[in-house]
Write a protein that binds this ligand. Structure first.
Ligand SMILES: Cc1ncc(COP(=O)(O)O)c(C=O)c1O
Length: 409
């Protein structure tokens, strides 16, 4: 009979690729089923003498017996444990969306009078939440080009508590040197959280480079099939306990067991998917770079990427997202939206099928960034009037290039 006790498998010696399939998994002891069960129950019975509400406090609940799915549940916990293994974290909290993971982090770790630094280019929801909502609660927010550690150092204040970065960033694929930044922040007793959605643990493991927290939108590559929303935060046990109490319980941002089950199923092919789509994206990025209608390609695996040497150090693969500028954004947008045989014209990233969307600088400025003239000039150096963002899926690179040739004719 298959021995699926992780201890007897010496799981610490297994590669992460293998652990994506085996960690936190046990065949059902009664039926011997080898697909995980879904525990849909919201509640679990408990004995009042067991001390569920002991002096440990409610935020210690994830180490105790299961009580209520707002804290966690057996299927959700299985996902959390598997994510923790892949990111080499002490613990994980999963949430209903990626955005919930980020807002739970900010609201749990910051209070009125604190200062937060975020990257000047990041997912619109994060940028808007940080710059438009947090200041209403007395939290000071600075927007910094975190590609440059010195600029972050210059922006630090007495009250800086957290620096939040995305690397690579959405949508311009800018990188931040996690190791250098974490060294600086540790000296100043400031936490570093890294949104690693574009990388996944297959490409970069921010905690091993010194970050305090890693955040993912599980909606994207980790689930990988565009059919479920989810998010997670990984880090030390005490910080995750605090986040579970505030993010999971008070904000009510817990993940459902059904979603956790789907995400775990997606994770089982994560390593194979990331390898395939990164290889295709590199081929496509190189092809785009030589196309006469393409003015600039942003992809960390290209030698022309401003931070190519950092990408080589920090990323095991270069991922599935490419952004590029074209000579006539209006006509190209129409073709992607109406004539593509391969790319679905849609927001989001990280599906098994390729996606494309045009992101115009004017729209991003008006809705999200509200640039100063100087910030706009900086942004336009990479983005021009806007970029086509591609999320490369699992189709063959040849088929995708044939379609791109047609669209860029
Ligand atoms: C880098 C990044 N972080 C977070 C999010 C938010 O994730 P979700 O849509 O799961 O809330 C996104 C969404 O696109 C993203 O691209």
């Amino acid at each position: 009979m298959h021995n699926n006790d992780p201890k007897s498998n010496a799981s610490h010696e297994l590669s992460l690729q293998t652990q994506a399939l085996h960690s936190a998994f046990q065949a059902d002891p009664q039926t011997h089923a080898i697909a995980p069960n879904i525990a849909m129950s919201v509640n679990h019975t408990f004995s009042p003498e067991g001390g569920a509400f002991s002096a440990q406090g409610l935020d210690d609940i994830s180490d105790g017996p299961f009580l209520y799915a707002g804290w966690t549940n057996p299927t959700v916990r299985q996902l959390e444990q598997r994510l923790a293994v892949l990111e080499q974290a002490e613990d994980a909290l999963s949430t209903a969306t990626g955005m919930a993971a980020i807002s739970a982090t900010f609201l749990s770790l910051l209070e009125a009078g604190d200062h937060l630094i975020i990257s000047d280019v990041c997912y619109a929801g994060v940028f808007e939440f940080a710059t438009q909502v947090l200041p209403r609660y007395g939290i000071e927010v600075s927007v910094v080009d975190t590609r440059c550690t010195t600029l972050v150092r210059d922006a630090l204040k007495e009250n800086t508590k957290l620096v939040h970065i995305e690397t690579p960033s959405n949508p311009l694929l800018r990188l931040t040197d996690i190791k250098a930044l974490s060294l600086l922040l540790k000296q100043n007793n400031i936490l570093l959280s890294v949104d690693s959605t574009f990388s996944t643990p297959v490409i970069t493991q921010p905690l091993t480079l010194g970050a305090d927290l890693v955040i993912h939108s599980l909606t994207k590559f980790i689930n990988g099939h565009g059919d479920v929303l989810g998010g997670c935060i990984l880090g030390s046990k005490p910080v995750i306990k605090r986040l579970r109490a505030i993010g999971g319980v008070y904000l009510g941002a817990s993940l459902s067991a059904h979603s956790a089950w789907l995400i775990m199923r997606g994770m089982e092919t994560l390593y194979a998917r990331m390898k395939t789509l990164s290889d295709s994206a590199l081929t496509i990025a190189n092809w785009l770079e030589s196309h006469p209608r393409v003015c600039k390609v942003l992809y960390p695996g290209l030698e022309s990427h401003q931070q190519f040497s950092l990408a080589q150090q920090q990323m095991a693969l270069f991922g599935g997202i490419i952004a590029f500028q074209v000579d006539d954004i209006d006509s190209i947008e129409q073709r992607f939206a109406h004539e593509s045989a391969m790319f679905y014209y849609a927001f989001s990233i990280g599906h098994q099928r390729s996606l494309a969307v045009v992101m115009r600088t004017d729209d991003l400025d008006a809705s999200t960034y509200r640039f100063t003239p100087e910030q706009r000039t900086q942004f336009c150096r990479d983005a021009g009037a806007g970029v086509v963002r591609l999320s490369i899926g699992l189709e063959s690179a040849d088929d995708l290039i044939r379609d791109l040739k047609h669209l860029l004719r």
